[in-house]
Design a protein around this ligand. Structure first.
Ligand code: ATP
Ligand code: MG
Length: 565
């Protein structure tokens, strides 16, 4: 363990690992793994598991394998493999010699199955899937032995080989472990080890007509790789006896399975099946839609890997399922972006302002600070000229008491520039304000009045001279309910979709320094929030995603709670 970590309280998983190192249970070795099934893109829940497994390996000078659990050829694709590798690397983790694949162990698994058959611990069963379910019994009723349970070893070996070669149709036979149909744990009632599937696998092609079930495959994969701590989510707790049984019967290296609570977030669905449904039904624009909790979506939204890693560190790991407030994830995001993102000026909904006493054709380059939290980020020049844009909502013709921004006859500061006073309002035939006329005070250059007079508001602005046009996409929660699966009768989670989760503004103005921004570059638009350049940008068109607004509801809540106590 590094110095930094020894002072912190260890979570229960790390406590186990540290304890094992002390007793020398694994000879000081720590080998973990992250085992995604390549049937979808990774999401923020997976990040919790990734940070735990890779984090432990790093802290205890061990290794963490990235191993694809590619045992179900019907749902798996190379596209998912590629995206998962990209996401793990993007999060900043390194995996041993390269990605590993469960399918590389198919032959070894098959040989182990033959070993169990020879030991009388596995048999070929002809019950259909439905019959198998019936025979299994229920939580309150014990199961019934399959009529094929007592086949001879020779017959089982013969049938299993024929299953493998493809002599039987899909679903007509299975290989089952011979354990105990009366076990109180349903997972131990002669679980299926292999099913027949005439499907083409993305890596092994048509080599196999039988595919291993998760519970059979997983322990063997862990064992082959010499995993010491096999960390998985709580729903596998009552699969652990089966994990242990298989490895004990084979007498091979036997890692310790440890279960922790999976991550759930408010306003978010986390099941890959549901996320796929959103994509396939066109409710979002693909897996990397910035509203998705997928890592590719969060990345496109403007999340940094650091923000996600800090979030995972903040939530920690425990044994009880709970739901984390989405505001906490956003809080971790802001903490990072506040430190790292350069400030720039942009106007989302422009209102034209003509500064009547400013010389025609003059352009001044004014100094603007790039990051008040990081002096080394320096300054840049922003052009100022006679025509500028401010935010429509920063002007009111008849301001209520608490509105301190621009209004007729009122003086405000333009950030890094001058004080201006509004002298005239131009409206269209419908009475909408379309243009303001102002005067500026040349003595206030840089934003301060030499006579010490004060103004109550500072506005951001963009000069018409050299302004760039941009499209800006504003996002809100994808679901209207904290728990999207909480639905009225006969409705599914999709009935809780927020139909206003995306607003596209096409008429925005941004300062010229953004001309050299690259996709995924992040900025703070002064007073507006954090934004990031989207891949959809091209030479002629800038497109930004709003990553987060500035207001931090989580920090506010914490402050209020502290005050109370
Ligand atoms: P599905 O949602 O399709 O049931 P899955 O999310 O479990 O599948 P896997 O590819 O099997 O998908 O997940 C890989 C690893 O990530 C597993 O070890 C799993 O326990 C872990 N994991 C998945 N979802 C979460 C989550 N929400 N929080 C923490 N870990 C998770
Ligand atoms: Mg899974």
């Amino acid at each position: 363990m590094s110095e930094e970590n020894t002072t912190e309280r260890l979570d229960f998983v790390r406590t186990i690992v540290a304890g094992d190192n002390k007793t020398g249970k694994w000879g000081g070795k720590v080998i973990t793994r992250f085992p995604p099934e390549p049937n979808g893109f990774l999401h923020i829940g997976h990040a919790k598991s990734i940070c735990l497994n890779f984090g432990i390996a790093t802290e205890f000078s061990g290794v963490c394998n990235l191993r694809f659990d590619d045992t179900n050829p019907t749902k798996e694709e190379q596209e998912y493999v590629d995206s998962i590798i990209e996401d793990v690397k993007w999060l900043g983790w390194e995996f041993g010699d390269g990605p590993l694949f469960a399918s590389d162990y198919f032959k070894q698994m098959y040989d182990y199955a033959i070993e169990l058959i020879k030991k009388g611990k596995a048999y070929v069963c002809d019950l259909t899937a439905e019959e198998t379910r019936e025979y299994r019994g229920t939580l309150t009723e014990s199961g019934k032995d399959s009529p094929h349970r007592d086949r001879s070893v020779e017959e089982n070996l013969d049938l299993f080989e024929k299953m493998k070669k493809g002599d039987f149709p899909d679903g007509s036979k299975t290989l089952k472990a011979k354990i105990d149909m009366a076990s109180p744990n349903l997972n131990m009632r002669d679980p299926v080890m292999y099913r027949i599937l005439h499907a083409t696998h993305h890596r092994t092609g048509d080599n196999w007509c039988v595919y291993p079930m998760y519970d059979w495959a997983h322990g063997i994969e862990d064992s082959i790789e010499g995993i010491t701590h096999s960390i998985c989510t709580l729903e596998f707790e009552n699969h652990r006896p089966l994990y242990d049984w298989f490895l004990d019967q084979l007498g091979i290296h036997h890692p310790q399975q440890i279960e922790f609570a999976r991550l759930a977030l408010t306003y978010t669905v986390m099941s890959k099946r549901k996320l796929l449904e959103l994509v396939e039904d066109g409710l979002v624009n693909g897996w990397d839609d910035p509203r998705m909790p997928s890592l590719s979506g969060l990345r496109r939204r403007g999340f940094s890997p650091e923000a996600i890693r800090n979030f995972c560190k903040t939530i920690g790991v425990n044994k009880f399922n709970s739901t984390i407030d989405l505001a906490l994830l956003e809080h971790c995001l802001r903490e990072d972006l506040n430190k790292t993102s350069p400030r720039v000026m942009a106007v989302l909904r422009p209102l034209k302002v003509v500064i009547d006493n400013y010389p025609d054709g003059q352009v001044e380059e004014l100094d603007a600070i790039n990051n008040p939290n990081d002096e080394s980020a320096g300054t840049r020049k922003v052009p100022f000229s006679k025509v500028i844009y401010i935010e429509q909502e920063d002007f009111m013709e008849e301001p209520p008491k608490k509105f301190f921004r621009l209004a007729p006859g009122r003086e405000v500061r333009l950030r890094y520039a001058y004080f201006i006073i509004c002298t005239d309002v131009v409206k269209d035939e419908n009475g909408n304000v379309v243009e303001l006329h102002c005067t500026y005070d040349p003595a206030t250059k840089g934003g301060d009045a030499p006579d010490g007079r004060k103004v109550k508001a500072t506005l951001h602005w963009v000069s018409d001279e050299k302004a760039l046009n941009a499209e800006i996409r504003l996002y809100d929660h994808l679901f209207t309910k904290e728990n999207p699966s909480d639905t009225k009768e006969n409705h599914d989670f999709k009935s809780n979709i927020n139909s206003n989760s995306l607003e596209v503004l096409t008429n925005c103005k941004v300062e010229p320094s953004l001309a050299c921004a690259k996709p995924l570059d992040r900025f703070q638009f002064e007073r507006l929030g954090y934004f990031c350049l989207d891949y959809d940008s091209s030479d002629g068109k800038l497109v930004f995603n709003r990553t987060a607004i500035l207001r931090d509801t989580w920090a506010k809540l914490q402050k209020a709670q502290k005050k109370k106590s």
